[in-house]
Design a protein around this ligand. Structure first.
Ligand code: SAM
Length: 283
């Protein structure tokens, strides 16, 4: 027996409206539907809008529908598309790594300002490689080594390094464990959210981003303590330790730093006036 389909051919505009409606009904941002449909089509939003009357290829409709299903299950848009933008470059991201945040660009900018040619930099907890690769690409005469204790994250960081033609090297390590060299600058955006606070975060973060990238333990300051304890031995006498910190951690870092013999050279604030980056040195 043969059958013929009577279903009407859907237009791109119709599909777009249908996907937006599904997200709206679940109180999610309908613009994510535009973004995912554009991703499935490999086209811009301008193209999509100006081709609203075109018939949709059913395989594109299927792909876009599946991506919206994932978004409805609270998977971050960046994991679904498979990339995010950071410091002007495109980094592949998936559930192996934290999605690089805009605040971390403040850290990268601050690091670049303080480096001179030939400097040796260690990035601890590199995740997607976003800090190490951005610093190395902006300052190719600087030598950058990046570590993570997650082997899965390192594989993605290496692949991002290759894609972006970076010479940064990636090494599996627990904090500073295998190193005995002297660096001019150690940079880190370590996990810093207290474990119980993670439970109250949006499902996108709580259920999809790697737990080991979010929290170091109950206090939230455990990774900072390890870096302050172990970092000093790896720095040149004039070397700097530069850390991203949580929105409410400035006072805690000041006190931990002074207990461990560090001086806070500078606290750098984000656009909202919140201390986000701390620059530390040894007296
Ligand atoms: C907050 S994420 C930051 C990732 C990336 N640097 C960024 O800024 O987007 C912290 C990273 O530190 C890594 N990490 C956690 N504990 C670590 C440890 N003891 N030694 C090395 N890396 C660690 C995690 O696997 C994660 O990739």
């Amino acid at each position: 027996m043969t059958t013929t389909s009577n279903s009407p051919i859907e237009s791109l505009g119709g599909l777009r409206a249908r996907l937006r409606e599904r997200l709206l009904a679940a109180e999610r941002n309908p613009r994510d539907a535009d973004s995912l449909l554009c991703h499935a089509l490999g086209r811009s939003l301008t193209w999509l809008i100006s081709h609203s009357d075109d018939a949709v290829d059913p395989s594109i409709a299927g792909q876009a529908g599946q991506m919206v299903d994932r978004r409805l299950a609270a998977e971050p848009l960046q994991y679904i598309r498979g990339y995010t933008e950071f410091f002007g470059r495109r980094f592949a991201v998936d559930s192996r790594v934290l999605i690089p945040r805009p605040e971390t660009e403040i850290l990268v900018e601050a690091v670049i300002k303080r480096l001179s040619a030939g400097a040796r930099v260690l990035d601890i907890g590199t995740g997607s490689g976003c800090i190490a690769i951005s610093v190395e690409r902006e300052m190719p005469r600087v030598r950058v080594i990046a570590t993570d204790r997650s082997i899965a994250a390192l594989a993605l960081a290496r692949s991002n390094g290759d894609e972006l033609s970076s010479r940064a090297s990636f090494v599996a390590a627990d904090f500073v464990a295998p190193f005995r060299g002297l660096f001019d600058l150690i940079v880190s955006n370590p996990p810093y959210i207290p474990a119980d606070v993670v439970e109250g975060l949006a499902a996108e973060v709580r259920c999809h981003e790697p737990r080991g990238a979010l929290t170091p333990g109950l206090l939230g300051t455990e990774a900072f303590e390890a870096l302050l304890r172990e970092g000093a031995d790896l720095l040149q006498p004039q070397g700097l330790l530069m850390l991203e910190i949580g929105f409410d951690q400035a006072a805690a870092i000041r006190s931990l730093a002074s207990e461990r013999g560090w001086v806070v050279d500078e606290m750098i604030q984000d656009l909202a006036g919140i201390s986000r980056v701390v620059v530390l040195s040894r007296p």
